[in-house]
Design a protein around this ligand. Sequence first.
Ligand code: UDP
Ligand code: MG
Length: 334
Amino acid sequence: MEAGPTDNTVTLVIPLFNEEEVLPSLIDEIQSFRARRPEITDVILIDDGSTDATARQARDLTDGLPGFMLVRFSRNFGHQLAVTAGLHMVRTDAAVILDADLQDPLEVVGRMIDKWREGYDVVYGVRRVRGGVTLLERLTARLYYRFFKRFTDVDAPLDAGDFRLVSRSVMDAYAKLNEQQPYVRGLVSWLGFNQVGIEYDRQSRAAGRSKYPWRRRMQLALDGIASFSGKPLRYAVRIGIAVSALSAVGLIWVVLVKYAFGTAITGWSSLIFVAFFFGGLQLFFLGVVGSYVARVYDEVKGRPRYIIRDTWRSGRRGDHRSAETGSGSEKLRG
Ligand code: UDP
Ligand code: MG
């Protein structure tokens, strides 16, 4: 275990990708919340390769305030890796992961800390109401969480995102996982420990636009399934066998018709349809197989998962936290 303060301190871990619009109110809210909850000694902001003024603003706004740290990635590595990097750097007894856009209310962070004090290792937020999302987004998200639960062997809670508190033991265990495309909420569930959910109403974004377009959301969903289940591959085999069996029966039938009744088969259009159908099916499952191969390829290359460009501290805290200054990749962690 890392040597750290033992007075039940908490870090906020906040990934940022082009969040200049929301940063001023974020820092404001955090500071007024910290006045009430002094156990939040640290705030780690991870700038995930923003192309706007996010990094400069983060420094300007937090300069001189206690306990802020800004970690800049060398480019955009994605939300899940930004969260992962943040968790790797936490030095306190617990951390809370939250969105920069104030969708996850700080008041709920306080409730999470209270639950943690009761002895839980993971306290995740369950979205009762989701503000600022369309009906389609809400429906697909609900459907996805249920599908994920059925399809994988992970006991992941329904309707919970990455907004959660994790204890020191969970962070230490998480640091041992080395997946190239981590699916944070799935991995944290997989780790076990004492987990509990608390319900909350998710707000809509305080400012700016969502950094998760449909394409990325789909990718996250597919990553989630693929990293926790080989079932798509097994289903491909089963469907392949079923289809072959069916076509064998069809072939016998065709031969029978020809020799028993002497009628040749007419209807090319149906034949073409069948050819296209199975062609499509084959391509689909080739794609399924391919996506697993691609994941294996990513793992085999063993590249560092993120590269840190630099790390900056807001000042006043020249203590144990200076251990990880400077740039470098996580590979340096041994
Ligand atoms: N984010 C990030 N890297 C990305 C995309 C998003 O660090 O490539 C951050 C973003 O700044 C925010 C959080 O991840 O703090 C969640 O993103 P967002 O709020 O846009 O997603 P949504 O809540 O709309 O699903
Ligand atoms: Mg958000």
